[in-house]
Design a protein around this ligand. Structure first.
Ligand SMILES: C[S@@+](CC[C@H](N)C(=O)[O-])C[C@H]1O[C@@H](n2cnc3c(N)ncnc32)[C@H](O)[C@@H]1O
Length: 301
């Protein structure tokens, strides 16, 4: 027997109300190209809540009791595509050039803490990639620049007195849970070369589990990039394939906020299809072998 689903019609006014609520809450902007996706997700949530109009749904979202539904709606609207070692040329630039420069500058100042942030981390592949590369770069740097500190046994991933703090944040609790679990399928591990698999993962059944020592380097947390507060003093911020869903005004606000929460000469890495062109002149572009990053320029006043 065929079943018919009756769809509640959404008026232009209701769509606008919901669009602007979503924009205010998380910065995601749904233009005409993405309106169909938005309507589809709204229909699903309306059905889930058992409501008969989009206006009632809007009213629910704006109440205190509607907060969990608002979070569920935002989760349904995010695109969470990600992968390990995404954008190889940029990853190479980070690994070979930016980290080397950072470690050198830090050592000169006897500042032994590296702070990195994966903003919009999805299921964690980006943050774990950063962690693996920092361990690698630091081990190589340490060999050439040993320090008179006793090496604990067993040898830690991060040689003393260096400290590495990686914050990985997202607006979507479901992806954060998966990221924290750190279990990855064989397919998602394809971009991870054998030596990295061996060093940083345990084979568990058909999948791979991130080793405890690497996991401990990354702190996963909920954070909405739309809010004014951003974690301070970051040496590197990866915010890749996130701004692409924001409109220009929100992108400008975000890169301004990033500027304030980067350490002097810190680096900002954006997605392949994103750039600071027309958004800010407070960063210097670094382009090397098809990899791009932006370095903070100190601005007086
Ligand atoms: C396409 S994924 C990118 C993942 C990773 N950065 C990468 O490039 O592989 C975009 C992520 O940004 C998150 N996101 C979207 N809007 C956000 C916001 N306002 N605050 C924090 N995270 C947000 C989404 O939940 C999603 O997980």
């Amino acid at each position: 027997m065929a079943t018919t689903t009756i769809q509640v019609q959404i008026s232009d006014a209701e769509l606008k109300l919901l669009q602007s609520l979503i924009y205010q809450e998380c910065g995601m902007y749904f233009d005409e190209r993405r309106a169909h996706f938005l309507q589809d997700r709204l229909q699903r949530r309306l059905k889930h809540c058992g409501l008969d109009s989009f206006y009632s749904y809007y009213r629910l979202l704006t109440t205190r009791e509607g907060k969990p539904e608002l979070a569920a709606l935002l989760e349904n609207l995010t695109v969470n595509e990600t992968s390990f070692f995404r954008n190889k040329p940029q990853i190479e630039l980070f690994h070979k050039t930016l980290l080397e420069d950072l470690l050198k500058r830090k050592q000169e100042r006897r500042d032994w803490t590296l702070r990195l942030w994966s903003a919009g981390c999805s299921t964690g592949q980006e943050a774990y990639t950063m962690a693996m590369l920092v361990c690698d770069a630091l081990a190589y740097y340490y060999l050439r620049n040993p320090l008179p500190f006793e090496m604990p046994s067993p040898k830690p991933l991060i040689p003393p007195p260096w400290k590495v703090e990686i914050l990985a944040s997202d607006i979507n609790y479901s992806v954060l849970r998966l990221a924290q679990e750190g279990m990855f399928s064989a397919t998602s591990m394809e971009p991870v070369d054998y030596p990295y698999r061996l060093r940083y993962f345990d084979k568990v059944g058909d999948g791979y589990a991130v080793k405890k020592s690497l996991k401990e380097m990354v702190h996963f947390d909920f954070h909405n990039l739309k809010t004014e507060y951003l974690p301070p003093r970051n040496d590197v911020i990866f915010c890749r394939n996130v701004m692409i869903y924001f409109d220009e005004a929100e992108q400008k606000r975000l890169v301004e906020k990033f500027h304030r929460c980067l350490s002097p000469d810190g680096y900002l890495l954006l997605g392949h299809a994103e750039s600071l062109f027309g958004l800010s002149d407070k960063y210097k572009m670094i382009h090397q072998n098809n990899g791009t990053a932006y370095q903070k320029i100190e601005v007086n006043g």
